[in-house]
Write a protein that binds this ligand. Sequence first.
Ligand SMILES: O=C(O)C(=O)Cc1ccccc1
Length: 299
Amino acid sequence: MSIMDPSTSKISLAYLGPEGTYGHQAAQVFLPALSEDVDVELIPCPTISDVYHHPSDYLVLPVQNTLAGSVTETADCLLSPLASGRENGKVEVGGIKGGNPGPSRPRIIGSTDLEIAHCLVVRRGVNMDDIKWVRSHEQALTQSTIFLHTHLPFATLHPWRSTASAALSLLQLSPEDPPGDGAALCSKAVLTLYPQLELLYEGTQAGNDNFTRFLLLSRHPDRPSICPIPTSNFFACRDSMTLSTLAQNSKLKAVHARPAPVEESSERYPTWYLVEVDSSTIYSSLDRKREDTVKLGTC
Ligand SMILES: O=C(O)C(=O)Cc1ccccc1
């Protein structure tokens, strides 16, 4: 399970589990690029943060969705080196001499867009009228807001760790669960895994153009991007001045703003930025600000 042990021909890849999540599907998409001669052990983790901190060779994380926007847990994980860099007194910018990559911080090396279609599932025998609550990952609940308001306006919504764990929880009910019958939003793959579940509605997301972008990260510092012609560089920025510098010197493709720890700034609303820029970015433009920027990878 540790980082690319040359004595074994096995590598590991962590994803948001259990089996049947969209993260699991994204992991399958990345496999051919990773496993020419070696076996890949797929490791399901209970939360996005657990994926990020898992010592696997590779990690798969959802980063953004067409309908629900940023996956905030992922953005917070990707921004976390800003905090640890300062704690250790080591800060780095990729491509700039003097950076200290550290052996184990995961770096972005790939990206894939997965089409997302959610199913409303229940334990066999439960009807639409019986449903008192609905569980799923908050991304799936947000993507299905219109469906839920229209078809289940009185149901309580429960954000869950993942879509597949929400579905599985319907089969493992305990006295602590809320009264009445529940449902989950998950991928159709979950129904194949758990025949005790039944499909009540297919396509709860708002519209057919629902895609989630998943990133592939590697803990190996020398692992090149799996993208044949990389088009994006990712950075974590500590302040809006650095963000402006990046914006002046490159084409911004995406900015995910997240609250920073309060002790990190004197601002009322301290903010960190996960930034994706066109890969033609001139790194030297960041020189002045380099203690405020961490390069996260390329794909
Ligand atoms: O919970 C999952 O299945 C995930 O992979 C996270 C997620 C949830 C909904 C849409 C995209 C990703």
